[in-house]
Design a protein around this ligand. Structure first.
Ligand code: FES
Ligand code: FE
Length: 475
């Protein structure tokens, strides 16, 4: 039995008990106290562009139908029949005005309302015995949307999504709002890795330090313009709101020069100049930094990079990927990896950017393969008895006594919000783990408070702590 208070206290000091990366008790606590109330990414609006479009996504063991109903509203419906609990929708994506349960045939509109109930009179005594009106598939307790990114929370009293995102919104715009119409997604590719979900989230949040070692070969084969992976340390890390990430230092030049340097064509640069605030443009044009990888607590990540896409050319081209580290167990994660691209980009750009993404990330991507080998090995080693005696060092950038203390940048040096620094440090990984510890220390609400039962006679679900009214999406 682990004394969790000691574990969490160690984490607060930047020391990481090694077993947290493979510990069933810790994972049970994460399910009970973290995934039960944090905002979690499930889909992007562009995946369900037309009325009736839907995708089915999981949050741990819970399956949700993310649909666009006949009124055009986004819904997140718990994918479990109100009758005897069969999974109502078994496809992964599609278009449907109704979902019919395969077991006894109850049918639901794509906004969740029951419409059909076979032998209603004979089986239930008609409307008097079981009134269909007002009965719906359970909606996710909370739903919010930002730049088309759809999040749900299992907490009916979750703080507003935009408050949760906070200043991370500033950085989200670089990935998801390069023009007025935002992004479109391809994918996700999905595959499982035998690694703990926290490792990927930490890595994408701030691990510039692993690039020269883990990804040496990718740099050596000339996939990037820069000849040395060590260049990574010239970038910044930032932490803002509930997310943080890394940047690369760009060569001298104007805003336009720098955006061209990473491969953006002029039409996209013009749209970015119209879309982004002066402050957002200054991070690139004045300060000379370009966003790269990032993570939003707890398990969503982003990556932006610009490899060469043609072997015989010096030209590079950017790609964006959105990804999620979906926990399966303490030692297994389902990776969901989407390719994202500005909707208004040319078809030629989209095709090349997709190629750039597939070379680097996704199930066959070179970076992905390098990274995952480390994470699987780490997870395996974290399971044993010796790992329970080991405190890992997560204190980079805090070293006292004349060591590498990494000071925050001033507003003159860096125009973006948050806590920002140049060089190798582990501030962002610590920020993620501090939030993780905060959740694990806070008891969950009693299950009885969240119970939702279907009242057989009345119109509305009974004893309900959950909103049943249509969701109102955030701006
Ligand atoms: Fe769905 Fe019976 S379980 S209709
Ligand atoms: Fe990596």
């Amino acid at each position: 039995m682990t004394d969790q208070s000691v574990v969490l206290q160690d984490v607060r000091q930047g020391m990481i008990p090694a077993h947290i990366y493979n510990d069933k008790e810790i994972f049970d606590l994460e399910k009970e106290r973290l995934f039960s109330r944090s905002w979690l990414f499930v889909a992007h609006e562009s995946e369900v562009p037309e009325t009736g479009d839907y995708v089915v996504r999981r949050v741990l063991e819970d399956s949700f139908i993310i649909s666009r109903d006949e009124m055009g509203e986004i819904r997140a419906l718990f994918n479990m029949c109100l009758h005897r609990g069969m999974q109502v929708c078994r496809a992964e994506m599609g278009n449907a005005s109704h979902f019919r349960c395969p077991y006894h045939g109850w049918s639901y509109r794509n906004d969740g309302r029951i419409v059909g109930l076979p032998f209603h009179q004979e089986a239930f005594g008609g409307e008097e015995g079981f009134r269909k009106k007002g009965q719906t598939l359970l909606p996710a307790p909370s739903l919010g949307i930002y730049n088309g990114l759809i999040f749900i929370s299992m907490d009916p009293d979750a703080q507003p999504l935009e408050d949760f995102l906070g200043d991370f919104k500033f950085y989200l715009d670089y990935y998801t709002k390069q023009s007025t119409d935002g992004i479109e997604l391809r994918g996700p590719q999905r595959w499982r890795i035998k690694a703990n979900w926290k490792i990927g989230a930490e890595n994408f949040a701030g691990d510039m330090y692993h690039t020269p070692q883990t990804h040496t070969s990718v740099v050596e084969i000339g996939l990037f313009r820069e000849p040395k992976a060590e260049k990574r340390k010239d970038g910044t890390t930032y932490w803002a709101g509930n997310g943080g990430g890394t940047t690369y230092k760009l060569p001298e030049g104007s805003l336009e020069d720098r955006l061209r340097y990473v491969g953006y064509p002029d039409d996209m640069i013009e749209r970015m100049k119209e879309q982004w605030s002066q402050q957002q443009l200054d991070v690139i044009g004045k300060d000379g930094f370009m966003i790269s990888a990032a993570s939003l607590f707890p398990n969503m990540s982003f990556v932006h990079n610009w490899p060469r896409v043609e072997e015989d050319s010096d030209e590079v081209l950017p790609f964006i990927s959105i990804r999620q580290w979906q926990p399966i167990s303490e030692n297994e994660t389902e990776v969901l990896s989407w390719f994202a691209v500005d909707k208004n980009a040319s078809e030629e750009y989209k095709a090349l950017s997709y190629k750039a993404y597939l070379m680097c990330f996704g199930s066959g991507g070179m970076f992905e393969q390098d990274d995952v080998e480390n994470w699987v090995s780490l997870t395996n080693t974290a399971a044993g008895s010796m790992a329970r005696r080991l405190l890992l060092n997560g204190r980079m950038g805090l070293l006292e006594n004349g060591g590498n203390v990494v000071e925050p940048l001033t507003p003159e040096q860096y125009s973006g919000p948050g806590s920002t620094r140049v060089g190798y440090s582990e501030y962002n990984q610590r920020e993620l783990l501090l939030r993780w510890a905060d959740h694990l220390e806070r008891p969950a609400r009693a299950a009885a408070q969240l119970h939702v039962g279907v009242d057989p006679v009345s119109a509305a679900p009974a004893a309900c702590a959950t909103e049943t009214a249509p969701h109102t999406a955030a701006a």
